[in-house]
Design a protein around this ligand. Sequence first.
Ligand SMILES: C[S@@+](CC[C@H](N)C(=O)[O-])C[C@H]1O[C@@H](n2cnc3c(N)ncnc32)[C@H](O)[C@@H]1O
Ligand code: SF4
Length: 333
Amino acid sequence: MQDRYGHRISYLRVSITDRCNERCTYCMPQELQEWLPRAEILSFEETLRLIRVAADLGVSKVRITGGEPLTRRDVINFVSRIPKTRGITSIGLSTNGTLLAREIAPGKTMAGALRAAGVESVNVSLDTLDRSVYSQITGRDFHEQVLRGIDAAIAAGFDQIKLNAVLMRGRNEDQLVPLTEFAASRGLILRFIEMMPVSTTEVLDDKNFMPVREAKRMIESRYGALIPEAEFRTNGPATYYQIPGRRQRIGFIGAMTNLHFCESCNKLRLTCDGKLRPCLGSYLEFDIMKPLRAGASDQELKQFFLDVVDRKPEQHDFRENYQPNRRMIAIGG
Ligand SMILES: C[S@@+](CC[C@H](N)C(=O)[O-])C[C@H]1O[C@@H](n2cnc3c(N)ncnc32)[C@H](O)[C@@H]1O
Ligand code: SF4
């Protein structure tokens, strides 16, 4: 699948739930409690069919996200069926980490079960090492659980574990170095992410926004000039660097300030309520659940994907004062 701007679509992000056990200020307002009714959420069977259709069109990498994907019942069983899809060569999962260390059978953690089910890479959100700041940001006192979750992920032996930290001025700028040291001590890739306007607007104003170039400067003032790693890419839009004098890689995701951000975009998103979104930062979404439930053939669903990809914009419109009509949690970040 290729869009009219030459983006080759090989990566499908699949949100399997709008629910979450945390309430991060930049993602989901505290007061929000209404979840989508079960009937409006794609069943795992339906989701697997859409993954199969996407794989037939050239998608090779899938990332499972949410909401918090590990809150959905039977997630392990679902994930274990993805590797059987012809064409899918890589499975990742994004999580807040709170449930990774949970024992789901004697001696078996959720992280271990995910690894055994075929997940290769895990992204864990961690914005701070300060427990009370963590509670303020996420609305929950789960910091300890997340740290245990990260250790469980390491023990599970994933090919790659990344830590994602959203940059917030006045909240976690003093955490850039501690997070870097933490990632180094565990051999993990750390990435700093610019806050995007995907939730209620009050936390997303200039006062709280911190550009990645400023985070990079702060890291450099501690460690020296970062060494660009132009050759290293995961499937996302991060720019990676080595810290001089040590084998540690860190990444920056500057959706708001990096003007070339969209050039290498290879993504399509499937929301948990069956909408295909060609771009996170645009209003465009297309309801594939309707034809799916109306009995569309694989061929018709393929055409649906192709039509959506054809509508993929050249760039996101975050910079043009984008006011989203859906929360990130429903879109699947
Ligand atoms: C929506 S979450 C879903 C997966 C999981 N619950 C988690 O927290 O990792 C995926 C990623 O989006 C990020 N995110 C959420 N809201 C954001 C915002 N307004 N700006 C930038 N990143 C955001 C989170 O920090 C997380 O790394
Ligand atoms: S960022 Fe992840 S953990 Fe935080 S509220 Fe959103 S979905 Fe939940």
